[in-house]
Design a protein around this ligand. Sequence first.
Ligand SMILES: Nc1ncnc2c1ncn2[C@@H]1O[C@H](COP(=O)(O)OP(=O)(O)O)[C@@H](O)[C@H]1O
Ligand SMILES: [Mg+2]
Length: 369
Amino acid sequence: MKTLGIVGGGQLGRMMAEAAQKIGVETVVLDPTPGCPASAFARQVVGDFKDYETVKAFAKEADVLTFEIESANAEALSELSESGYPVHPSPHTLSIIRDKLAQKKFLTENGIAVAPFLEVNSKEDAEQAGQVLGYPFVLKARSGGYDGKGNSTVHSSEDIATAFEKLGGGHLYAEKFVPFEKELAVVAVRSEEGEIRTYPTVETVHENHICVLVRMPALVPEPARQKAEAIAEKVLGALHGVGVISIEMFLSGGEILVNEIAPRVHNSGHITQDACATSQFENHVRAVMGMSLGDVAMTVRAGVMANILGTRNGESVGVQVEGISGVALHLYEKKDVRVGRKMGHINAVADTQEEAEKNALLLLSRVII
Ligand SMILES: Nc1ncnc2c1ncn2[C@@H]1O[C@H](COP(=O)(O)OP(=O)(O)O)[C@@H](O)[C@H]1O
Ligand SMILES: [Mg+2]
């Protein structure tokens, strides 16, 4: 049996390793923090994944490489991939996705609708964007952003200087503000043979740019759900990659626009662990290991995921809560808690969305992290 190497040992690596263990796939994980979340299910190599030599040496410990983060040493991954070593997602796919501007251009070239956008390299460019796109618009860093950290909404030209300060200036792009009704997401997976499966469309609810709640299926008309899944299929078809890809979208005036693609398992897909026949983590492992894909259908009528976010800074405490039937608690065993840090999540399943959401929030109120 081949060994799967996972670069990055946070919660995503942890849940991949957990799913791999379930289907008998051995994993080894590379992370700089000893006792990282993934080390509960995988052998850990302690090391810096941004370092060329470390990544090259780590590859020798495994037969296939995948990752939970987009910032691993690109040169090492490219060399490995060019020499025929299986790296998923491929450095080529990553190069398209990592740069959000390149990503938007790629989507447009492939006939996938996105909000109008413009490259911004200077404050003058940003002024120009305001003229072309109108106010407000969103100024975004081309790479490295997450949980809204790489975004700034510009309401008038007076906001431009502050936005540049927040984003550290440099390589940016501007995007028309989308007055969306809902945010949707679709997690999809592509096998080595090119088979594509899409999970049911979910609705994501964000607070302060951080995802707090996910509903599966999304509470939108059936045609919108189908359209979102068709868009996801088209994106995966265009990317040619192997493994899970997640697509965030806006539903605005009945239209669906792609917001961004993540080249990996995603927070919007955590609900698949308890609401679908095969979780996104298992399907990712299956795909990158060259196995056939598992069923993505729901096994319940409704599922709701609630993120457990840190509300203070310090050492995290052990959690003992009274369980609720149909509700699963997934904790990441992070030693330190910080405000807004993802510490775990709750998946609730039920016959109705109302029931699932009520139970998810009830358990959330009992968790002290
Ligand atoms: N063009 C836009 N119009 C309106 N809201 C936006 C736009 N772009 C992003 N947002 C809001 O900001 C959130 C985070 O932006 P996103 O580009 O997905 O960055 P991140 O990498 O931080 O997830 C989105 O989920 C959405 O709520
Ligand atoms: Mg996002």
